[in-house]
Design a protein around this ligand. Structure first.
Ligand code: DOR
Ligand code: ZN
Ligand code: ZN
Length: 277
């Protein structure tokens, strides 16, 4: 038996469900799940109810985390296309700004070109602008990041070819980081038949060939992030199931399995789960 002592994982993309839907998860259960999975720090997304797009919402969420979290944490702000000035004033209180450029769970999709351009121009950091988007939206965000010299983080890269677009933008001088989820590395679309609604998430699972390309291009990836997104069993079994899968407790065992099989070095695993995030 081998004993490993590793630095704690940092998961840069989770959706704990508080406020708004504590029947799916609350801050205590979510941060306990993190610790159980070897994750000592999480970055939480803003698509709550109410969404984290105002000072009131951000400070309320901060107070809840201060009271209940048992892991380290950082909170993303969101942008609904309207509250630009408050969001800019809050930049130093958040780990970054999350933009939803395509539809997903929640109500935060913003596609208005002028609002996006103003945001890419004005966001002061220090955290990056992070995006949820399909491939065409990623191309648009890469162009905005280059145009305005804005630091960009591409969440849950949906397709391995997006990694090539990210690489090209980096070569052209853009400051871009990106993450891939465990479900895009360890599951493929052939699992949908078996998993039904439990295999539905955004971005969706990709073909076995594309999973292989994700692994081939893993050098271009900064972090593995779970996109931990629990829903209740009843909700998943509705006719229109919400997208999302939990992942806080499965990322580390999956990656260690890959290390054991020789598909990933232990050093690289640590860079993807600790140093990268
Ligand atoms: O599958 C997903 N679920 N993708 C997202 O972007 C949002 C998440 C959620 O909050 O349920
Ligand atoms: Zn997303
Ligand atoms: Zn997400």
């Amino acid at each position: 038996m081998t004993m490993l002592i590793l630095p704690g994982l940092v998961d840069a993309h989770v959706h704990l469900r508080e406020p708004g839907a504590p029947h799916k998860e609350d801050i205590l259960s979510g941060t306990r799940a993190a610790l159980a999975g070897g994750v000592v720090g999480i970055l939480d997304m803003p698509n709550n109810t109410p969404p984290t797009v105002t000072a009131d919402a951000l400070f309320d969420k901060q107070r809840r985390f201060q009271r209940q979290a048992v892991s380290d944490y950082g909170l993303f702000l969101g942008f609904d296309g309207e509250h630009l000035d408050p969001v800019l004033r809050l930049a130093a209180d958040a780990v970054g700004l999350k933009l939803y450029l395509d539809e997903t769970f929640g109500d935060l999709t913003t596609r208005e070109p002028e609002a996006l351009a103003r945001l890419f121009e004005a966001w002061p950091g220090p955290g990056p602008v992070a995006i949820h988007g399909e491939s065409p939206s990623i191309a648009m965000a890469l162009a905005l990041a280059r145009r305005y010299g804005q630091r960009l983080h591409v969440c849950h890269v949906p397709h391995p070819d997006d990694l090539l677009a990210i690489d090209a933008a980096r070569q052209a001088g853009a400051e871009v980081t990106c993450e891939v989820t465990p479900h895009h590395l360890f599951l493929d679309s052939t699992a949908l038949e078996r998993l039904g609604p439990y295999g539905q998430m955004k971005p969706p699972l990709v073909s076995p060939d594309d999973v292989a390309r994700f692994w081939e291009r893993l050098d271009l990836v900064d972090a593995v992030a779970s996109d931990h997104a629990p829903h209740s069993r009843a909700e998943k079994e509705w006719a229109q199931p919400p997208p999302g899968v939990p992942g806080l407790e499965t990322t580390l065992p999956l990656l260690l399995g890959a290390v054991d099989e020789g598909r990933l070095s232990l050093e690289r695993m640590q860079s993807l789960t600790h140093h990268g995030p």
